[in-house]
Design a protein around this ligand. Structure first.
Ligand code: ATP
Length: 269
């Protein structure tokens, strides 16, 4: 497991490396990353690190490569240059079993909750263990070992939906579905949570509730979070740090407390 250190760039007080602030382990480190599709570059030099337990928002205009960056981190698409280390796995050179083991430590919440509509809420949450325990037994709660079912019920309890465990996933509201998706992401006790616009399909009030719940749970569990948001207020409220993509690079990497909404809007000009 990689235990590098992040020093001056993430200091809460903005002081330099000479001061005596605690040195935190790093869960993710990207250096000089470049990615193009069919010769058209999306970004050509992206570097950043994530300390254990940090919540980092990725912002930037449409098409600047936010989702592409997340797919690169997960090793889902090939990259052109640079290095990516995720919880000790060198993503660019890892074998497929190495990538599977790395992904098993990541919980994913996407824009569309991606639940299996005809299966129960509980079965959908049990499926969150498939990365760690591949095979049919974790496809459905009725086949799953008692310990996995109990873990899924505990995750549902955390998101306040234990009473809906037996309901079919296609009979949930949007907000409930997204909470089930959060339970599914948390059930395997991931080291990192990745969220791609988790509230994009929700109304503002439900979106706020889901974000509050997501970040409360992430902080309780000490999970590192990386999330994409088009909502500048959400980025500032929930991110400890904000990374901004623009012009093929990452010109912004700053603590949220040092930024205001106006500065972030500048990234969209
Ligand atoms: N599979 C692909 N093949 C070719 N081009 C792609 C592919 N995926 C993404 N792109 C291109 O890469 C660029 C970045 O796309 P990406 O979806 O990462 O941007 P984004 O910042 O997440 O955008 P948005 O804010 O609209 O969600 C876009 O120009 C997009 O068209």
């Amino acid at each position: 497991m990689s235990v590098e250190t992040l020093v001056a760039d993430t200091r809460p007080d903005g002081t330099g490396a000479e001061s005596f602030a605690p040195v935190l382990p790093v869960d993710l480190r990207v250096t000089g990353l470049a990615k193009s599709f069919a010769g058209t570059p999306v970004f050509s030099d992206v570097s950043f690190g994530l300390s254990r337990g940090e919540a980092v928002a990725i912002v930037g205009a449409n098409g600047t490569g936010k989702s592409t960056l997340l797919r690169c981190l997960m090793g889902l698409i090939p990259t052109d240059a640079g290095s990516i280390d995720v919880v000790g796995t060198d993503v660019r050179s890892a074998s497929s079993s190495g990538l599977r083991a790395m992904r098993a430590q990541i919980g994913l919440v996407s824009q569309k909750h991606n639940l299996v509509p005809r299966l129960s809420v509980l079965s959908n949450v049990v499926q969150g263990l498939l990365g760690q325990k591949p095979g049919l037994r974790h496809w459905s709660q009725s086949l799953a070992p008692a310990r996995s079912r109990a873990a899924a019920m505990a995750a549902l309890q955390k998101v306040g939906l234990a009473q809906l465990a037996q309901r079919r996933a296609d009979r949930l509201s949007g907000g409930q579905s997204q909470r089930v998706a959060i339970a599914r992401a948390l059930v395997g006790q991931p080291r990192i949570l990745i969220a791609d616009e988790p509230t994009a399909s929700l109304d503002p009030a439900a979106g706020e509730d889901v974000m509050d719940l997501f970040f409360d749970l992430a902080r309780q569990e000490g999970v590192t979070v990386i999330f994409i948001s088009h909502n500048i207020d959400h980025a500032l409220k929930y991110g400890d740090r904000i990374l901004g993509l623009a012009n093929g690079g990452m010109p912004l990497d700053a603590r949220a407390a040092s930024l205001n909404a106006e500065q972030l809007r500048g990234l969209y000009d």
